[in-house]
Design a protein around this ligand. Structure first.
Ligand SMILES: NC(=O)c1ccc[n+]([C@@H]2O[C@H](COP(=O)([O-])OP(=O)(O)OC[C@H]3O[C@@H](n4cnc5c(N)ncnc54)[C@H](OP(=O)(O)O)[C@@H]3O)[C@@H](O)[C@H]2O)c1
Length: 228
């Protein structure tokens, strides 16, 4: 007898890697709940519409939007939650020159918001669900030899720490911090090494390989461990 399709929620799927992951998981036969801050303006998701895709509104930096999503999901069970959303502003400005509102926005979007979302959706997670967060190698303190990207690096390092705390609160769950590689998206720019399909195929394979494995791992799209 065939298994019912599994379900993934991709938070931050209007474009870039989140949109690519939506396409990848639909191609693998999954049910996908893809979120966008402005669903009516998410043209890429509109092109993918079908029975296996549900599009929901979500701003990970807005607690009201997070709890509204949790309410709309009702009892829908998630096999994987992957928080992909992220921002990168002021990459070439030292952090002391960035305004306080922008600092707060980047930390809330990249670090605290993703963890708050995972906590808000606990009731929806299957007992062995994988919870994945899109971080970056730039969040690795151990491999920072070049500097730059200060606010972004700090926000992703904060995400790595907060997700480590999350994994300790939820011992027994598979928790992943994933670096997608340097990818040609709006954030990655046109000179990046990887195209979106290559990165998302790798990310989905890494998530699949870690299903059911309790504990936290910090890995890239090829499954290589990254230094903290
Ligand atoms: N591309 C790379 O080389 C690279 C490398 C390392 C890590 N990453 C990480 O990978 C993730 C995806 O990046 P990307 O390259 O696909 O970037 P992107 O093309 O700029 O897309 C960013 C996505 O995040 C969403 N988003 C931003 N703020 C949000 C919020 N407050 N609530 C919900 N969604 C929000 C955006 O939605 P809107 O359309 O509404 O703005 C968009 O869907 C990010 O976490 C990024 O840090 C990327």
């Amino acid at each position: 007898m065939s298994q019912p399709p599994r379900t993934i929620l991709l938070a931050g799927a209007s474009r870039g890697l989140g949109l690519g992951l939506t396409e990848e998981y639909l191609g693998r036969g999954w049910q996908v709940i893809a979120t966008a801050r402005q669903p009516d303006r998410a043209a890429g998701l509109a092109r993918l519409q079908g029975d296996h895709l549900t599009v929901e509104q979500l701003d990970v930096a807005d607690p009201a939007s997070v709890s509204a999503l949790a309410g709309r999901l009702g009892g829908r069970r998630l096999d994987v939650l992957f928080v992909v959303a992220g921002v990168n502003a002021h990459a070439h400005v030292p952090v002391h020159e960035v305004g306080q509102a922008d600092v707060a926005r980047e930390f809330i979007t990249n670090a605290t918001g993703p963890v708050a979302l995972a906590e808000a959706l606990q009731a929806n997670l299957a007992p062995d669900a994988t919870v994945a967060f899109m971080t970056s190698v730039l969040g690795s303190i151990g491999s920072n030899t070049g500097g730059g990207w200060e606010l972004y690096r700090a926000s992703k390092a904060a995400l790595n720490m907060l997700v480590t705390c999350y994994a300790l609160r939820h011992k027994g769950s598979p928790v992943l911090l994933l670096h997608p590689g340097w990818v040609r998206t709006e954030m990655g720019g046109p000179n990046a090494q990887l195209d979106v399909p290559t990165s998302v195929r790798g990310l989905a394979d890494v998530i699949g390989a870690h299903e059911g494995k309790a504990g936290i791992a910090y890995l890239d799209h090829a499954g290589a461990e990254l230094p903290w």
